[in-house]
Design a binder for this molecule. Structure first.
Ligand SMILES: [Zn+2]
Length: 250
């Protein structure tokens, strides 16, 4: 079941709403609530400037989470939402029945509300943390899958190259027309494929929360690529030499 998000703010919700939907599904799975609350993203300039301004609230009657988003980091917004989701789970368990007014100081004055608040902090933060780790792990796995696809693609490239090279050598050996051998078309095709893969790769890494480790990994990867290209070139040289020897055997 999806999560109904209303954006009453200036914030661009394109990517964030997908992440919130994913987080909502994870928390629902963990906390086992049946219905999904609605979420409203709210701009509030005055509140944003207040040192202890409101961050989010949950309305148990209408099952709506309101989150104040002005000048907040997306991760902070998501952590707030996770917290309010736990209050929603408590609501489904009937824990909001017979609670008094939730005015200022409710988290200290009322033991029941205090325990509800404790659970929301603990479970909300842990749910967010587990979701975040899982999300990053999935991201890394998809990068890994893409790299192995790329390796397979390179192997195919070598096979095609070998066949073409063998063709060329045979034609030379038996004096056939050189024009019949056309390697440029296939090579261009392969290079295009490779460029596309690299584009996908970079985009996915950029989404990995922009941490410095990702930059270091990218640098390492480009060094590794140079190394691989050198190895590939010397591999081609030795295969070419071998094929020449085979063809010239009487
Ligand atoms: Zn709370």
């Amino acid at each position: 079941m999806g999560c109904d998000i209303t954006n009453n703010s200036d914030m661009d919700m394109g990517e964030l709403s997908l992440l919130i939907g994913d987080l909502a599904a994870h928390i629902q799975d963990t906390m086992k609530f049946k219905s999904m609350p609605a979420i409203t993203m709210q701009d509030d300039d005055e509140n944003a400037d207040a040192l202890l301004g409101r961050t989010a609230q949950y309305d148990p009657q209408n099952k709506v989470i309101t989150v104040y988003v002005t000048r907040r980091h997306p991760k902070d917004i998501m952590r707030s939402i996770a917290h309010e989701f736990i209050h929603h789970a408590q609501n489904e368990r009937g824990e909001f029945e017979n609670v008094g007014s939730m005015g200022e100081g409710y988290a200290q004055a009322d033991d029941h509300l205090r325990n509800m608040e404790k659970e929301a902090y603990l479970q909300g933060n842990m749910c967010f943390r587990d979701w975040e780790d899982g999300y990053k792990r999935n991201l890394m796995e998809s990068i890994h899958r893409q790299n192995s696809f790329k390796r397979r693609n390179n192997t195919m490239k070598i096979h095609k190259w070998k066949n073409n090279e063998l063709n060329r050598l045979l034609m030379e050996k038996f004096g056939l027309a050189e024009g019949e051998y056309n390697r440029s078309e296939e090579e261009e095709e392969n290079e295009e494929g490779e460029e596309q893969l690299e584009e996908i790769d970079t985009r996915e890494e950029d989404e990995a929360f922009n941490d410095p480790e990702a930059h270091a990994a990218r640098y390492k990867k480009s060094k590794k690529k140079d190394e691989e290209e050198k190895q590939e070139e010397s591999f081609r040289d030795s295969v070419r030499t071998l094929m020449e020897k085979i063809i010239n055997l009487k």
